[in-house]
Design a protein around this ligand. Structure first.
Ligand code: GLA
Length: 522
C-alpha cells in the first residue's frame, strides 16, 4: 500500500505501530468494549508479501512452486466488538468502512468482507474494529492482497478467541479471493503468506498441499525489481490463461490413454505424443506447466544443496518459458530480468507473480547484494522504465512475522521508533570499524560478537519481535564478517547474461543491439 520514497512508512515494526495508532485514532482506545470489560489490548496480526523464485502459473494446475516471503508486511490491529459489525480503518488510504455481515463492498474492503464471510461459515467470528497498515506495494506482483487476507483472517480469529490450523486459514483466504473478489487464482499467494518462514523458501505442492521449508543459506541474497508497471489480475489475461489450461486438459483427456486429473499429470512424453492434437497455443501453455514443475524440483534440490548457480539457471529458464510459451511477461519485465542477469553477482532472475507488469526477482550472491542493488537501481529507470526500483527482498535476519500474529500487547509506543533511529546511527560506524581490520584479523569476529551481546539498545525493544532487535542485527553483522573470512563454498563470479534474448516486437526499445546480445549459448 504505502510506497514512501523516503522509507518513512516502510519497515515492519512501523506497520505494527501504524496499525495500532490508527486503530485508537479511528475508534478510540476503548472501541465499543462493554464497560464491565476492561479495555482489551489490541491484537496485532501480521502477514508478509512474497516473491516466487520458480513455479509461475503452476498453482492452479495442481503444480509446484518455490516462493519466499519478503520483509514487506500487512499489519492489522484489532479489538473485538459486542455486535457483528466490522469497522475497518485503512491507514494507507485514509478511509474507513463499516460493514454488516451481508454487505458486499468494492475496493480494499471487499477483501476484508470476503474473509469474514468465509470464516463465519465454520466459526462464530464476532464483530471487530480493525486498522490496516501495509508497506507491501499494491500492483507490484508481491501479493499484497493475500497478505491482507491472511492478516485480517488471523486478527478476526484471534479477537473471537478462535484458532485454525494455518493451512485451513490459508485455504479460507484463498476461497475469499476466488469467490469474493473473482480472481480464479491458485493457492500460491495465500499459502506463502501463511507458511513461508524467515530466511527460507517454501517448496509447495499445490496438489497435496504439502510444504517444506528450504533454507536460503548464508550465501544467498534476493532482490526485487519493481518495474513500476502496475499489474491487476482482475483485468489482465490471468483468467484467460486459466481457461486455456482447462481447454488443453480437456483435449488431452480425450486423446490420452490414461486418466488426467489436472495438468500436473501431464509429462513431457505424453505432451510430445499428443502435441498435434492440441492447438499450438495450448500446446505451448502445457509445455510451460510441464517444464516449470521440473524446474521447481531442480531449484528446490539445488537450493537445499547450496548450488545457487543451478537455482539461478532454473530462474532464467523459467523466465524464458513464461515469456515465450506462457506469454505473461511484458517488455519492462523482460528488461528487468536482462538487466539483473548482466549484473555481477546475480545468479538468475525471473518475473514473479501473475505477470503483465509487477516485479522481477533476482537471486544474488549475498556478498554482492549491496553492489548489485545499487547497480540495478541506477540503471533501472533507463533500462526498465521511469518508475522502476530495486530493493532487497529481505534484510538478514528477517522479521519474524509469525511472532506478531498472536494475541499480545504491541510494543510500547515510542519504543519501536528506536529501530529507525538508534540502529542506523550505530551501524555505519560499526561496519566501518570492522571493515578496517577485516582483511587482517579474525579479531573483528570477536569484536562483533562482544559488541552485539553487550549492546544496551536491545533492552528498549519489546521482546516479542525478537528477530528484529538491534542485537540480532549486529550479530548478523558478525556472521557476515565471519563469512567473508571463510573460504566460500560457491565461487562468486561475474555471470554472463544467460538469458536467450528474443527481439520483442512490443518493446519500446526495439530489438536488442548486437553488443548487448547474450554470449553464453544455452
Ligand atoms: C498470481 C496468483 C497466483 C499464481 C501467480 C502466478 O499471483 O494469485 O495464484 O497463479 O499469479 O504464479
Amino acid at each position: 500500500m504505502s510506497r514512501d520514497a523516503d522509507g518513512s512508512n516502510t519497515g515492519t515494526p512501523n506497520q505494527v505501530e501504524r496499525a495500532t495508532v490508527a486503530l485508537d485514532a479511528a475508534f478510540g482506545p476503548d472501541g465499543d468494549a462493554p464497560s464491565s470489560r476492561s479495555t482489551p489490548a489490541p491484537t496485532v496480526a501480521v502477514a508478509p508479501g512474497r516473491v516466487n523464485l520458480v513455479g509461475g502459473h503452476t498453482d492452479y494446475n495442481d503444480g509446484l512452486c518455490l516462493p519466499m516471503a519478503v520483509d514487506r508486511h500487512v499489519a492489522v490491529a484489532a479489538r473485538p466488538r459486542s455486535d457483528d459489525r466490522l469497522r475497518v480503518r485503512a491507514a494507507d488510504f485514509d478511509e474507513t468502512a463499516e460493514l454488516d455481515p451481508d454487505d458486499d463492498p468494492g475496493g480494499w474492503a471487499a477483501y476484508v468482507a470476503a474473509v469474514a464471510r468465509v470464516l463465519r461459515e465454520d466459526d462464530p467470528v464476532g464483530g471487530a474494529d480493525l486498522a490496516i497498515a501495509s508497506d507491501v506495494p499494491t500492483g507490484a506482483g508481491l501479493s499484497s492482497s493475500a497478505a491482507l487476507e491472511l492478516a485480517v483472517g488471523r486478527a478476526l480469529l484471534a479477537v473471537s478467541g478462535r484458532d485454525r490450523p494455518v493451512a485451513d486459514l490459508a485455504l479460507a483466504c484463498w476461497r475469499a479471493e476466488v469467490e469474493g473478489v473473482g480472481v480464479e487464482c491458485g493457492i500460491l499467494d495465500q499459502f506463502s503468506a501463511a507458511l513461508c518462514e524467515a530466511d527460507s523458501a517454501l517448496f509447495l505442492d499445490c496438489r497435496s498441499r504439502e510444504t517444506e521449508s528450504v533454507p536460503l543459506g548464508d550465501d544467498a541474497g534476493v532482490l526485487v525489481i519493481d518495474t513500476g508497471v502496475s499489474h491487476e489480475l482482475t483485468e489482465s489475461g490471468y483468467n484467460d490463461r486459466v481457461r486455456e489450461c482447462e481447454a488443453a486438459l480437456d483435449r488431452l483427456r480425450e486423446v490420452a490413454d490414461r486418466g488426467l486429473d489436472s495438468l500436473r499429470d501431464v509429462d513431457r512424453a505424453l505432451l510430445d505424443a499428443h502435441a498435434d492434437a492440441l492447438e499450438s497455443v495450448h500446446s505451448r501453455r502445457v509445455r510451460h506447466v510441464v517444464t516449470e514443475n521440473e524446474r521447481v524440483r531442480r531449484a528446490r534440490d539445488a537450493l537445499a544443496a547450496g548450488d545457487l548457480d543451478r537455482v539461478g539457471d532454473a530462474m532464467l529458464a523459467a523466465h524464458e518459458s513464461l515469456r515465450d510459451d506462457y506469454e505473461v511477461s511484458c517488455p519492462e519485465l523482460d528488461a528487468a530480468v536482462e538487466l539483473a542477469a548482466e549484473t555481477p553477482g546475480v545468479y538468475g532472475a525471473r518475473m514473479t507473480g501473475g505477470g503483465f507488469g509487477g516485479s522481477a526477482v533476482a537471486l544474488v550472491d549475498g556478498d554482492a547484494l549491496d553492489r548489485a542493488e545499487r547497480a540495478i537501481r541506477a540503471a533501472a529507470p533507463e533500462r526498465v522504465g521511469p518508475d522502476a526500483t530495486c530493493s532487497p527482498a529481505a534484510r538478514r535476519p528477517a522479521f519474524d512475522w509469525s511472532a506478531r500474529s498472536k494475541r499480545e500487547p504491541t510494543a510500547p509506543r515510542g519504543v519501536s521508533g528506536k529501530i529507525g533511529t538508534r540502529v542506523p546511527c550505530v551501524l555505519p560506524w560499526f561496519r566501518f570499524g570492522l571493515r578496517l581490520v577485516e582483511q587482517r584479523s579474525t579479531l573483528c569476529c570477536w569484536l562483533a560478537e562482544a559488541y552485539a551481546s553487550s549492546n544496551e539498545a536491545n533492552r528498549g525493544f519489546a521482546g516479542s519481535t525478537s528477530r528484529f532487535t538491534p542485537r540480532r542485527i549486529l550479530s548478523s553483522e558478525a556472521r557476515l564478517i565471519r563469512r567473508r573470512l571463510t573460504p566460500r563454498r560457491t565461487a562468486s563470479r561475474r555471470r554472463p547474461c544467460a538469458l536467450r534474448r528474443r527481439p520483442c516486437p512490443a518493446s519500446r526499445r526495439g530489438p536488442a543491439s548486437p553488443e548487448s546480445r547474450c554470449t553464453r549459448p544455452r
